[in-house]
Design a protein around this ligand. Structure first.
Ligand code: TNX
Length: 521
């Protein structure tokens, strides 16, 4: 048994032992009690999250249940981030004593963040020393991107993933809803987009997902990827023309499409295309309850600069016109960058290293040349964003892309097949993934809006595949997103070791890397 007072991830900023020594057994039953009526909806969610881990939550069972008490109270005065318009700031206090666990914040969000620490504490330890935790998030944007466009995720499975995000104090769920391989959101008036056999979310389901997430203080950010990655839209509307290509553009697009399923980009200067895009974004903005809509703008291969820049301007204007704030991948900075922009930085030049290319099959040299040409301008994107005065969400491909393979040398034998099958990029040990530090990129701290992990779906065939690539790595990224820097590996690894049983109880598959001394029951 370690000497840690708790196994909470993200590791709490302040953890002090109580003046009066003692310990609380975590075995249930537990009752969730609210000290203010406004916290009743939070209590409902906490009960639901606890259900997989504790006996008879909130039941009328005889005996004295232990109590989680939710209450509004003064938040600890830790430095908290200045804001972009997501939820509140989430600072909170957790007190473990003889009567149970007290969860306190000065907003419902703060109370909820405290309560998920309580859920983790109960699920990961048999006994909790009396203690007091104080915590606040360093970054305002703590996200996870999922890719139902490539590998559809049912509404039920999305709910399970929203629970995971919330349990690790993430507050953004970015849904990549369209790509060459699929269109996943109903757009009223444009039934051809979703008329095939492929699954999609109805507008009602989309609203339901957002409400479920909002109850867990997670904001959904929909992405409709324009003007590249529009193969599904172009297949549904083949009359729409492709954007004009520069010299050699068509050839490079052809080469890339052979390997990466690229598709000719849309031409927004065409009035019929503009009308369709306008209707799509108006519906998406109307159906979205959060403040942001993501317009994609990545990898618009085979397009002239003028046509790309004009498309990005138009997409940003359309989102603004519908009352939302646009966000885009880093390439959009080439269309201009302003202090209001939040831009998602992703590309890692090392991906083009010919000695260790992504494992998407032997890529021929001429395709690698085309990729190098496509990504040549990415080296300047970050400077363009910062010079324009805007902020970045860091989604570094090197460490925050969860479609990276796991190392066969760290795989338990029963997971060797999954390790061989899943992910695109060469393996990186968990310790190295968890060591990623947002300070390493030379971006001034006040220009980092936050951190977002992505889980692209090209290699996934099931929910278990998705969970396998997600866990344990999302816990490490959430730790850094919340605290602003990576935890010491020895401490983090001991915490992770207790989360294997946490995931198992929730029915989630995880990669049981030999780097972690897992403490399953
Ligand atoms: C690049 S990241 C893409 C995605 C792929 C991903 C695979 C980005 C903005 N575009 O379309 O799925 O790589 O890792």
């Amino acid at each position: 048994m370690s000497h840690a007072a708790n196994f909470v991830i993200p590791a709490p900023a302040v953890c002090s032992t109580a003046a009066r020594p003692g310990a609380l057994a975590t075995e249930g039953p537990w009752k969730v009690h609210v000290a203010a009526a406004e916290l009743k909806p939070v209590a409902e969610v906490v009960r639901a999250l606890l259900e997989a881990h504790s006996r008879a939550v909130g039941s009328g069972e005889a005996g004295a249940p232990r109590r989680i008490t939710l209450q509004i109270g003064p938040a600890p005065s830790l430095p908290s981030p200045c804001g972009i318009p997501l939820c509140g700031d989430g600072s909170h206090r957790v007190v473990v004593g003889p009567d149970g666990i007290n969860c306190e914040g000065d907003t419902a969000e703060g109370v909820f963040r405290a309560a998920v620490s309580a859920v983790q504490m109960i699920a990961t330890a048999d006994e909790l020393p009396y203690q007091e935790l104080e915590d606040a998030p360093r970054y305002t944007w703590r996200g996870l991107m999922l890719d139902p466009a490539r590998s559809f995720i049912s509404v039920d499975d999305l709910r399970r993933l929203i629970d995971v995000a919330a349990l690790y104090k993430l507050n953004v769920l970015h849904l990549h809803l369209s790509d060459n391989q699929g269109w996943r959101l109903e757009i009223p008036g444009l039934p051809e987009l979703t008329s095939g056999e492929a699954p999609f979310y109805t507008i009602d389901e989309y609203r339901e997902i957002q409400a479920y997430a909002a109850a867990r203080f997670v904001t959904v950010i929909p992405e409709i990827d324009f003007p590249g990655h529009c193969g599904a839209l172009r297949a549904a509307m083949p009359h729409l023309p492709a954007a004009p290509s520069p010299d050699g553009g068509a050839k490079s697009l052809e080469l890339l499409s052979g390997v990466l399923q690229f598709s000719a980009p849309l031409d927004l200067s065409d009035p019929a295309t503009d009308d369709i895009v306008r209707r799509i974004l108006a519906h998406v903005c109307t159906a979205t309850t959060g403040p942001f809509v993501h317009i994609g703008a990545d990898e618009a291969a085979g397009m002239t600069h003028e046509s790309y820049a004009a498309a990005v301007h138009r997409l940003r204007d359309l989102v603004h016109a519908s009352g939302k704030r646009p966000i885009a991948w880093q390439e959009a900075s080439r269309a201009g960058s302003s202090p209001e922009d939040i831009t998602q930085h992703w590309f890692d030049p090392a991906t083009l290293n010919r000695d260790a290319p992504p494992t998407v099959g032997g890529i021929p040299d001429e395709v690698l040349d085309a990729l190098a040409a496509l990504f040549a301008p990415t080296a300047e994107d970050l400077a363009r964003i910062l010079d324009g005065g805007g902020r970045v969400v860091l989604s570094n491909q090197s460490h925050l892309y969860l479609d990276r393979r796991y190392g066969p040398a760290t795989a338990p034998p029963q997971q060797a097949d999954a390790v061989a099958r899943l992910g695109l990029y060469p393996p990186r040990p968990l310790e190295d993934m968890a060591a990623w530090d947002p300070a390493d990129y030379g971006v001034p701290q006040d220009r980092i809006a936050g951190i977002e992990a992505t889980l692209w779906g090209e290699t996934l065939t099931s929910f278990d595949d998705l969970a396998f690539l997600l866990l344990p790595r999302i816990a490490s990224i959430a730790d850094t997103a919340w605290s602003g820097r990576p935890s010491a590996w020895q401490d983090h690894r001991e915490r992770l070791a207790r989360h294997g049983r946490f995931w198992t109880k929730r029915g989630l598959t995880y990669f049981a890397s030999t780097e972690v001394p897992w403490a399953e029951e």
